[in-house]
Design a protein around this ligand. Structure first.
Ligand code: UDX
Length: 495
């Protein structure tokens, strides 16, 4: 590609992903694409993640393929033995990094003083929106935010003030207002909840009017006083920090999220919709896994009939109770369909690192099922034997499924997953949403609907979306052009 041959000499970009698998995966792809445009790239991860990458990912060969891509580390501030998965992990990592990482990041940037290696642009994960904006201001370099969550979630959080004003939030929180609308402080400080109609339609979200029900809002808008206020306050706060950045990079494409992107362009200086990042030519799959990939599942898939297998995975953070796990297991077995299931050793709540749970289930599943601790997901989804994906609707998993043309059954857990699953079922019509319903009968019915009764309909719409995704990253496509704009912007802004 012509622009890949161009020179970006002297431009040194530091990428700081949030310390989660999905964020590292997508920012790693972006790092590769920028390295191909000859930027000098520093990929800064936490010590914990760096150890994982060295152990399980192929970052040696990455360094060889991209000699201008270097890795550096920073502490996340948590003790070594602190659990970094599970539903509370995000909150712990967020508060710890916000307390510890600011001076560390500033020192890393300032220590690169030699003209040749001076960092000229920061691409910071919007998960750490306030922290990265403060450091960029202090050291005086341009900042671009990157969002690893879906555009719809980012926008629904950014629009919290609209929802508050129109009384559409399921709760009213004074501390939220005190941060994002200090001029409109209210006297009420109580959470109003309890009688919520979760099927109430939300109308006041520009670009997605009347699409969401209350239950489809990001999970930060749900919950009880103790577990809700801080995550909601901080995620809304960080979304608003993107107003301090020179632009925002989103892992999506025009044909997927066009109406939202148009609205965002009215608020933010620049919106670079460059996704699906992993679908651009020349990025490599599976370079940043935190767990060891069990590739034996690919051999098992080779012996299965065309589009006959349901792939089941709940991403890198979500945990399930043993009871819930058993409902999925009975539902899958009763559906009589073949399945490949990822059960991470730390996935079953309260039974940390106990591989026996998966082993017990596998014993009763041999006929039609295959269980692994971690799969090469991009390759699995691209395999011809895969006919559906039961997913927690994390944004990377959703995009990977869309690109592979695989219809989904969504069982969202937290963060952007509630809104992603709504878009899958109601906007893009490439699957079914199991939100807030989960027992063995529902699982069995939805598996059969997806894989048998409505199979042709879903395969057709998923295939059509996959075609649009590939078109967007091909020469002349919207994401291809947006990546080009991003490259040019970094060069001009960091002179
Ligand atoms: C988190 C949030 O939970 C999610 O909601 C948000 O959109 C992104 O950050 P995570 O839960 O890990 O991410 O889900 P997801 O975004 O789907 O990312 C998981 C990544 O791990 C995917 O890239 C997937 O390919 C990879 N994966 C997962 C594997 O490589 N192997 C597996 O067995 C499972």
């Amino acid at each position: 590609m012509a622009e890949e041959e161009g020179e970006a000499g002297g431009h040194h970009v530091l990428l700081l992903p949030g310390p989660m698998q999905g964020n590292v995966n997508s920012m790693m792809k972006l790092a590769q694409l920028l390295a191909l445009h000859h930027f000098h790239i520093t990929f800064l991860t936490t010590d914990f993640i760096h150890r994982r990458l060295y152990r399980f990912a192929d970052i040696h060969s990455l360094s060889q393929t991209y000699p201008n891509l270097e890795f550096k580390t920073i502490s996340d501030g948590l003790p070594d033995d602190h659990p970094r998965s599970g539903n509370n992990a995000l909150a712990d990592l967020y508060s710890s990094m916000n307390s510890f990482a600011k001076p560390l990041l500033r020192d890393i940037i300032l220590s690169q003083t030699a003209a040749k290696s001076k960092i000229t642009c920061l691409i910071g994960d919007g998960f750490l929106g306030g922290l990265t904006a403060d450091v960029a201001d202090e050291v005086g370099i341009p900042l671009i935010h990157f969002r690893a969550i879906s555009a719809s979630c980012f926008w629904a959080l950014f629009c919290a003030p609209n929802l508050f004003e129109s009384n559409e939030l399921p709760i009213r929180v004074l501390c939220l207002l005190s941060i994002i609308m200090p001029d409109r402080m209210r006297t009420e400080s109580k959470l109003i909840e309890g009688e919520e109609d979760m099927d109430r339609i939300i109308s006041n979200l520009p670009g997605m009017e009347n699409i969401l029900r209350c239950r489809d809002l990001p999970s930060f808008y749900r919950g009880t006083e103790t577990n809700l206020v801080d995550p909601l306050k901080s995620t809304v706060f960080d979304c608003h920090q993107t107003l301090r950045a020179r632009g925002v990079i989103l892992n999506t494409f025009e044909d997927l999220d066009g109406p939202l992107l148009s609205q965002m362009r009215l608020k933010f200086l620049r919106v670079f919709a460059v996704g699906p990042l992993h679908a651009h030519a020349k990025t490599t799959p599976s370079t940043s896994s935190f767990w060891e990939e069990d590739r034996s599942c690919l051999t098992w898939l080779d012996s299965q009939p065309l589009k006959s297998v349901l792939y089941v995975s709940f991403g890198s953070i979500a945990t399930v109770t043993r009871e819930r796990l058993m409902e999925f297991w009975y539902g899958l077995v009763n559906s009589k369909k073949r399945f490949l299931w990822v059960i991470r050793p730390d996935m079953v709540a309260g039974e940390d690192n106990d591989e026996r749970v998966a082993a017990e289930l596998e014993e009763g599943t041999k006929e039609r099922g295959f269980i692994v601790g971690w799969a090469p997901q991009e390759e699995v989804l691209a395999h011809k034997a895969i006919g559906g994906f039961l997913t927690h609707s994390g944004w990377n998993s959703t995009l990977e499924s869309l690109v592979a043309g695989v219809p989904m059954i969504c069982w969202p857990c937290f963060a952007d997953q509630q809104i992603n699953s709504r878009f899958v079922s109601e906007v893009w019509k490439v699957g079914l949403d199991m939100k807030d319903l989960c027992d063995r009968d529902v699982v069995e019915k939805m598996v059969n609907d997806l894989m048998v009764h409505r199979r042709e309909e879903f395969l057709k719409s998923a295939q059509a979306m996959a075609t649009l995704a590939h078109k967007s990253v091909s020469p002349g496509g919207s994401s291809y052009s947006s990546l080009h704009d991003l490259v040019e912007f970094i060069k001009s802004a960091s002179r």
